[in-house]
Design a protein around this ligand. Structure first.
Ligand SMILES: [Zn+2]
Length: 275
C-alpha cells in the first residue's frame, strides 16, 4: 500500500482498503504521532457506522477489521476525534497532531462462570481470551486477542505513515489518557511495533529465543490447542504473558513463510531468555 493525497491506496490485490468517510472531523493537521486504540465494539462495520454518526462525536482515521480489512474514514491531514483529553510528556490535545487507528476488538471481557462476555453482552470463544494485567492496573483481567491479519495490516499502515509523515512515536490511547482509557491494552504488541518501526530497543521488553527446531506456536496454552505452525531454533519472541508454564508471545522475527501469525502460545520449556 502507499499514501496518495493523504489517502491509503492498495498496491496489491490482497490489500483490502475501503474509503468510507465521516463528517466527524476537524481542520488540517500535520501528524507527528500514531495512536492505537481498540474499538470496544461488535465489528469493524458497526464501529465505522458509529463513527459516521454525528451524534457519536467520535471518529478515527482508520478502523482495522479482524480480517485485516482497512477502512479509512478521514484523510491523514485532517483532524479525527479519537484521543479526547490527552497528555503525554509535555504534549496535550493529541487530536491536533496524531493519526488514530482503531482495531476491531470488544475490549475487556468479563468472566461469567466459564463464559467470557463483553460489555455489550456478547460471548467470546475461550480459546481467544487471554488473562493479562494492564500496565496501569494491579489485578489481572480478560482480554480478547487481536488476529495476525489485523496486526499485520496495522504494521503495514504504520510503515507507510512513517515513510510519508514526520512521525515521532507510536503510543496507545492508554499512554496518552492513562487510567481513563485501557486501549489497546496488554495484548497489543507495542514494544515490537516500536522496535520494527523505529528500530528502538526497549529495555522493558522481555525477549526470548526458541531453543530447538520445529517448535509449535499454538492457539492456546496447551498441546490440545491447534498449532499455527512451527518456529526454527533461534527465532526471537517478545514475552507478553504466561499461563501454566506456557508463554503467550509475539514473534519478532518472521523467518518462516508458512506462518503469518504474530502472537501465540509456546511451551515455556522451549524458550530461553535473551540477556
Ligand atoms: Zn481509544
Amino acid at each position: 500500500m502507499k499514501i496518495n493525497r493523504h489517502k491509503l491506496v492498495p498496491e496489491n490485490s490482497f490489500e483490502n482498503i475501503i474509503q468510507d468517510t465521516t463528517v466527524n472531523k476537524g481542520g488540517y493537521i500535520e501528524p507527528s504521532f500514531i495512536i492505537i486504540h481498540f474499538t470496544a465494539g461488535q465489528s469493524a462495520e458497526s464501529s465505522v457506522s458509529w463513527f459516521k454518526n454525528p451524534a457519536a462525536g467520535a471518529s478515527a482515521h482508520l478502523v482495522i477489521g479482524r480480517d485485516g480489512k482497512i477502512f479509512q474514514m478521514i484523510d491523514f491531514n485532517r483532524k479525527a476525534w479519537h484521543a479526547g483529553v490527552s497528555n503525554w510528556a509535555n504534549l496535550s490535545g493529541f487530536n491536533n497532531f496524531s493519526i488514530g487507528i482503531e482495531l476491531d476488538n470488544p475490549g475487556r471481557l468479563e468472566r461469567v462462570g466459564d463464559r467470557y462476555v463483553s460489555w455489550f453482552k456478547k460471548e467470546y470463544p475461550k480459546e481467544n481470551v487471554v488473562e493479562a494485567r494492564h500496565k496501569h492496573e494491579s489485578v489481572m483481567s480478560y482480554w480478547y486477542e487481536y488476529t495476525g491479519a489485523q496486526i499485520d495490516s496495522c504494521l503495514e499502515v504504520c510503515k507507510v505513515l512513517i515513510e510519508k509523515y514526520k512521525i515521532e512515536d507510536i503510543l496507545g490511547h492508554d499512554d496518552i489518557s492513562p487510567y481513563r482509557k485501557s486501549d489497546p491494552g496488554p495484548l497489543f504488541p507495542m514494544e515490537s511495533f516500536r522496535a520494527k518501526l523505529f528500530g528502538r530497543k526497549n529495555d522493558t521488553a522481555e525477549i526470548y529465543e526458541v531453543v530447538t527446531n520445529n517448535v509449535n506456536i499454538r492457539r492456546g496454552p496447551g498441546t490440545e490447542f491447534d498449532s499455527y505452525g512451527q518456529l526454527h531454533k533461534g527465532v526471537k519472541v517478545e514475552f507478553l504473558k504466561s499461563s501454566l508454564g506456557w508463554f503467550y508471545v509475539n514473534v519478532i522475527d518472521k523467518p518462516d513463510k508458512n506462518i503469518d501469525v504474530l502472537t501465540g502460545w509456546i511451551s515455556g520449556t522451549l524458550l530461553r531468555k535473551k540477556e
